[in-house]
Design a protein around this ligand. Sequence first.
Ligand code: ADP
Ligand code: MG
Length: 562
Amino acid sequence: DAHKETRGFQTEVKQILNLMIHSLYSNKEIFLRELISNASDAAEKLRFEALSNDALYEGDAELKIWIETNPDARTITVRDNGVGMSREEVIEHIGTIAKSGTQQFLKSLTGDSAKDNLLIGQFGVGFYSTFIVADKVTLRTRRAGLGADNGVCWESVGDGEYTIENITLPQRGTEITLHLRAEEDEFLQDYRLRSVIKKYSDHITLPIVMPKVTTNEETQEKLIEQEVINSATALWVRNKSDITEEQYNEFYKHVAHDFEAPLSCIHNKVEGTQEYTVLLFIPKRAPFDLWDRTNRRGVKLYVRRIFIMDDNEKLMPPYLRFVRGIIDSSDLPLNVSREILQHNKQIDTIRAGTVKKVLSALELMVKNEPEKYETFWQEFGKVLKEGVVDDHANRDRIAKLLRFSTTLDDNPKPSISFEDYVSRMKEGQNKIYYITAESFTAAKSSPHLEIFRKKGIEVLLLSDQIDEWLVTHLHEFEGKPLQSVTKGELDLGEMETEEEKQEVEKASTELKPFVERLKEVLGDKVKEVRLTYRLTNSPACLVADEYGMDSSLERLLKAAGQ
Ligand code: ADP
Ligand code: MG
């Protein structure tokens, strides 16, 4: 029973397909990179599963990717002997987009193809990019370990529907055939395909082979040999000096499923109690699902070149979830199970070391490439702030990396560090003042700032949601306590002049009856009524208790239903 059926793509897939075909057309050759990338992922998956079940290799452990053209049929075929897919997996992975936030992503598209192009790149188009050059795609696949009669044939012309049918497939793995559109014959040319493979997929660790026809000089007999097109060695084991920027970039695009080159690259061999290599990247742009803390794709763990897992949380703390790349350990046992990795001292050491590497890279960027750091902060600053809350061990280092808007220039773009702030502190000022509010505008126009502006004392303007948590965890910077300008009694200490002090003294005696009257009228609604000299233009303002909750934290908790 072939059980052939026709099914519709998920609505989102249809929309994405449409957009992609139009906006990525100028970069159409990337379909090959995407197919090779998937084949390579499938091989890694098989290798990993085979660590605990050798039978999955079915006697064939030499994993490869084959690429062939058929000029008469006008097709290109990409085949792998990786893990393959079951019928359910095909339905789940091809024709559906499981990524959370897809709806939101689609709403964010503007219709301006240059902008959308970048967005779609971020989203990761993968398999669907085949429809840029093909008007029909046929996928045949069989899951490793399932018998030959568990083959599946999937076919679609990219118009919103596909057919799926059971077939017999002796070899495991996946074979994808593209029936080229009329105008795409260039991809039938051998040299064109080879150059695309070399350009985008040289870093792929598996051999990518293409048939090459040679003629025997003596007999004139034609021979077909399989020629390996790529270098087929792991990029990260090569010497830094032997790797071009382009090779790093293409490797990044493969591991990160990104279309754009990264902002920064960290390539390091670590020696000591643990020996491992890291090849990590910081993307140029935040992915659309940056706020999805359950997103696990990010950093992959290898043991001596064999892929083990990509459970990001074990390798990177959530506040560095934007980091992409690989860690290859020389010491971990190859047959580690995911369960063992959950509580593994060696992994913890590697993770701690890697976090330090990332922080050092950011520190270097601050020093040597401040413009890059600005881009970084714009994209990932809010995420890095979580580190102050989450990572006690590195809190001081992270604090130095933070950037703020302040009353110095009321610039909504945060660019001022604690160190900048401290270096400008007034004579006698011993605190770092800040205000939190729902928005930058609300922060900068708060009446609480009047006295500070008058006295020329800089105040940090905090308006990210996370800032509320930040200030409850970061009590000081290099011995200077952080102080909210909206909390408690304002003590500007030595910055007050004698004159000001006397004025307050005098006023408090004179106005005592008035204050008493206010207390009576307001009753339980307030804890206290106080005279203040923190205002210069406004007649009154609300102030939180020193140990009470900040007014915007109160709002935040209310919003969270607490
Ligand atoms: P991504 O690679 O980002 O997951 P793709 O659209 O490229 O997105 O692929 C979707 C899914 O289809 C993959 O995650 C994988 O589960 C499955 N897939 C695609 N190609 C293959 C293949 N050659 N072998 C096995 N599974 C594949
Ligand atoms: Mg892919």
